[in-house]
Write a protein that binds this ligand. Sequence first.
Ligand SMILES: Cc1cc2nc3c(=O)[nH]c(=O)nc-3n(C[C@H](O)[C@H](O)[C@H](O)COP(=O)(O)OP(=O)(O)OC[C@H]3O[C@@H](n4cnc5c(N)ncnc54)[C@H](O)[C@@H]3O)c2cc1C
Length: 386
Amino acid sequence: MKVLICGAGIAGLTLAWWLRRGGAEVTIVERAPGPRSDGYMIDFFGSGYDVAERMGVLGDLREIAADISELAYTDPRGRRTGGVRYASAAAILGGRVLSLMRGGLESVLRSSLDPGVEVRYGTSVAAVRDVPGGVEAELTDGTVSRADLLAGADGIHSVVRRLVFGPEEHYLRPLGYHTASYLLRDAGLAERTGGRAVLVSVPDRQAGIYPTRDGALAAFLVHACTDTALPADPRSEITTRYRGMGALTDRILAHCPPDPYYDCVAQIRMPRWSRGRTVLIGDAAHAVSLMAGQGASMAMGGAYTLAVELLGADAGAALERYERRMRPFVLGKQDSGRTAAEWMVPHQAWRIAVRNRLAGLAGLPGGRAVMGRAFRRLSESVIPAA
Ligand SMILES: Cc1cc2nc3c(=O)[nH]c(=O)nc-3n(C[C@H](O)[C@H](O)[C@H](O)COP(=O)(O)OP(=O)(O)OC[C@H]3O[C@@H](n4cnc5c(N)ncnc54)[C@H](O)[C@@H]3O)c2cc1C
């Protein structure tokens, strides 16, 4: 089987790993000029954790995981208003959770890839045609690639999806927020926060930092915004939007680069994830949004599920079964993402107060049972137990 994957992100690399292991001939085209190392902090548990375990890369991931003691909520004056100790949350998940930079996860997946997988950087898909028994893709380097299957793993703004399924507006569902992130180095700030993730919350805005493994800090900003258009100058937008949120936020903003990661927070909802011999995986097919906190996990769970089906049946049946197995999980995560949004970055001060109090429950014996049920539902995996 010959497979062309568009996108060397979390979904694309995972799919390539499993298909290659099953003997497929795999080529990945990636728009970025080289391996990406940037990103933001992600909580990694559930399906993704289970797939990483099966790939034998958990040890490598533990080596790059951040050691975060606590997630602390504060007000703009720096007063602690609530929080949760990571150890309590991790205990509820049976210790099966890691805090990783997205770039770090990608780098581990890339390193574990069989050298027989060709990765062509600085290349994308320009046109797609169904041909008898397969698919033909015109690439942006002027070549034509013929494969049994084309997998679009090119993220929430997928080009493969646009070329084969139609315009992004048909599938993108904005949740009413914009987000930004970037890495910064500030030894004084790192010392002051001392291994804690600190989030400053006011209605409609949240700004914070997460400590990373190598001493850098990952800035993470989310604000309510119903515009779907992105600002031409994200740094200026951020510095204006987050003004008046106290000294910590001002210091985080002072480090903002001209080109931070910036996007609107959205989900992708599609009635079908495959057409002919083209299939979508990860955010391209079913972005759940950062509010659900499991997009990377679902990307790996979906890639694994697709690979297992493709290696066990003909493509048509495999695509049907991939979709049947994944869709209920995805819909559940998307529902919880929409609900979580109201609590992650609340519009009202009273919700911030309730959220902060509830977060502390994970550390109390009675609360642990209640939170345990919620966390276990959240971490339900699409991967059947071995
Ligand atoms: C701020 C933030 C916090 C998050 N927190 C979490 C979390 O805590 N837990 C979690 O599990 N998930 C989290 N997520 C979601 C998670 O990062 C995504 O769901 C995940 O990265 C999706 O993986 P993917 O491989 O489908 O897409 P991506 O990671 O977007 O990778 C797509 C790849 O395709 C490439 N590409 C794009 N266009 C083209 C093209 N035209 N041609 C070729 N290549 C192309 C890109 O360069 C990239 O390499 C968060 C997301 C954000 C923004």
